[in-house]
Design a binder for this molecule. Structure first.
Ligand code: GLA
Length: 391
C-alpha cells in the first residue's frame, strides 16, 4: 500500500504533470484540550497538535503563477505573482478554500522569483473544528519560507497566519490554533500564555489516555458571526472595566476574587462572558497541574466544568452538544468531556482511559444514532509534532 506521502505526490503530479523536485510538508490539525475563548482575552490555553494532517506538495514552475489544488476540495485556484499585491486581492478567492494559501502568499513578504504549484492532500477533516484552515495557512507559509531559505520565527508565522484569517476569511480568531500547529510536540500539550506568547510543553502520558472527538455534525451558520460577536462582547466588557478604574489590559488580568466586584459593574450578559473567561483561565492552570500529577479524574472534572461554563456563561453551546457531554459522562473510562473550539456546533472532546476507547466509540455511536437517526463521525487522536518538512 502506498504511503500517504506517496499518494500526495502522485496526486500532485496528476494536477501538475510538468512538476519535478516536489517538496513535501506536513501540517497537523489541533485539538484544544482546555482554555476556550480566552486566547483573545490574554488567557492561557492548552492545545495539542494531532495526528490528522494536511500534506502540502510544492514544486517550482516557470510560469510566474501560484497554482493551488486540493484533492479533497475538487477545485483549483491560481494567481499571477504580479497580481499578488493588488488592492482587491482579498476578494479573489472569497468563500473559496484557496483563500487561505492565497492569503498566505499575499501577506508574506517573500520576494517570489518564480511561481509554485502547490497541492494539498488531507487526512484532517474540514469543518469539524480541528483547525484545517489554520493548518493549511500555517503549512503554506512554512513551506514558502523553507523553499525560499527564509528564516522566520515560529511566533511570526503564527501571527501572520492569524492575519490571513482576519483579513481574508473575516474571522477575528485568536492565535492559539496557529501556535499549536507550528509549535506542537509529540506527546506534549502546549501551555500557551496568549498575553506574553510564552509557552511550556507539558508531557501527556500517551499510554494512559486518549482524546476522542465526536462530531455533532451541526455547522451553524451563525458560527462566524457568533464568534465575532462574543469577541466584541468581551472587548465591550474590558472597556467598561477599564472605565470603572480596573488597571487591566485584557480580561484575563482580572482574578477570580475580583469577580464579586465585577458583578456590580457589568450588565448581566457582559458579566457572564467575563465570568467564563476568568474562571476558564484559572481552570487551565489547574488542569496543567493535575495532568502533570497524573490526577486524571481531577483533570477530567475541569473539562466538565469548562463545558458548563461555555454552555451557561459564554453561551456558545447547543442542546445536542450539551446532550453529548451528558451521554459520555455515563460511559466507563471517561474522565471528562466538553464542547471544543468556537462553538455553535462542531465537536466535543472527551478525555478517556486508553483501555476504554473502543467501548466508548461503540456506546456513544449507538446513543447518538438512537437520538439523531444518523451516525456521528468519531476521531481518536494522538498528540503529534507541529508542521515540518518531510521531503
Ligand atoms: C477558534 C479560534 C481560536 C479560539 C477558539 C475558541 O478555534 O480560531 O483562536 O478562539 O475558537 O477557544
Amino acid at each position: 500500500m502506498p504511503s500517504v506521502v506517496d499518494t500526495a505526490i502522485t496526486h500532485h503530479k496528476e494536477y501538475f504533470p510538468q512538476s519535478s523536485d516536489v517538496s513535501v510538508f506536513v501540517s497537523p490539525g489541533r485539538i484544544n484540550i482546555i482554555g476556550e475563548h480566552i486566547d483573545y482575552n490574554g488567557g492561557t490555553v492548552f492545545p495539542i497538535a494531532i495526528d490528522k494532517h494536511i500534506y502540502i506538495c510544492a514544486s517550482r514552475n516557470n510560469d510566474g503563477i501560484m497554482r493551488f489544488a486540493s484533492y479533497q476540495q475538487h477545485e483549483q485556484g491560481e494567481i499571477a505573482i504580479s497580481n499578488i499585491h493588488l488592492p482587491n486581492i482579498r476578494d479573489v478567492a472569497k468563500h473559496k478554500w484557496w483563500v487561505y494559501p492565497l492569503g498566505a502568499c499575499a501577506l508574506s513578504d517573500i520576494h517570489f522569483e518564480s511561481g509554485f504549484d502547490i497541492s494539498f492532500y488531507s487526512t484532517l477533516p474540514v469543518g469539524a473544528g480541528m483547525s484545517s484552515s489554520a493548518a493549511i495557512t500555517v503549512g503554506t507559509l512554512y513551506a514558502l519560507c523553507a523553499l525560499h531559505g527564509k528564516k522566520m520565527k515560529n511566533i511570526d508565522v503564527a501571527l501572520q497566519a492569524q492575519q490571513v484569517e482576519w483579513n481574508f476569511a473575516g474571522v477575528q480568531c485568536g492565535v492559539m490554533d496557529q501556535m499549536a500547529i507550528i509549535n506542537g510536540r509529540k506527546n506534549n500539550g502546549l501551555l500557551l500564555n496568549t498575553k506574553t506568547m510564552e509557552f511550556q510543553y507539558i508531557p501527556i502520558d500517551a499510554s494512559a489516555i486518549r482524546f476522542v472527538l465526536v462530531n455533532s455534525g451541526v455547522k451553524h451558520n451563525l458560527r462566524e458571526s457568533g464568534y465575532n460577536e462574543r469577541r466584541s462582547e468581551c472587548q465591550g466588557a474590558l472597556t467598561l472595566l477599564q472605565k470603572a478604574g480596573f488597571a487591566i489590559n485584557c480580561l484575563c488580568d482580572c482574578t477570580i476574587d475580583e469577580l464579586a466586584t465585577i458583578k456590580d459593574i457589568l450588565p448581566i450578559t457582559e458579566y457572564k462572558r467575563v465570568f467564563h473567561v476568568i474562571s476558564e483561565n484559572h481552570r487551565v492552570h489547574e488542569f496543567a497541574q493535575e495532568i502533570q500529577k497524573y490526577n486524571l479524574a481531577k483533570a477530567g472534572r475541569l473539562l466538565y466544568q469548562s463545558h458548563h461554563s461555555l454552555s451557561n456563561y459564554f453561551e456558545v453551546s447547543i442542546p445536542l452538544i450539551d446532550a453529548m457531554v451528558e451521554w459520555v459522562s455515563e460511559i466507563d473510562g471517561v474522565y471528562g468531556s466538553r464542547l471544543m473550539g468556537g462553538g455553535f456546533g462542531g465537536c466535543t472532546v472527551t478525555m478517556i482511559a486508553l483501555y476504554a476507547v473502543e467501548h466508548f466509540k461503540k456506546t456513544i455511536a449507538e446513543r447518538f444514532e438512537k437520538k439523531e437517526g444518523r451516525t456521528p463521525d468519531i476521531y481518536e487522536c494522538t498528540i503529534d509534532d507541529g508542521v515540518h518538512q518531510l521531503v
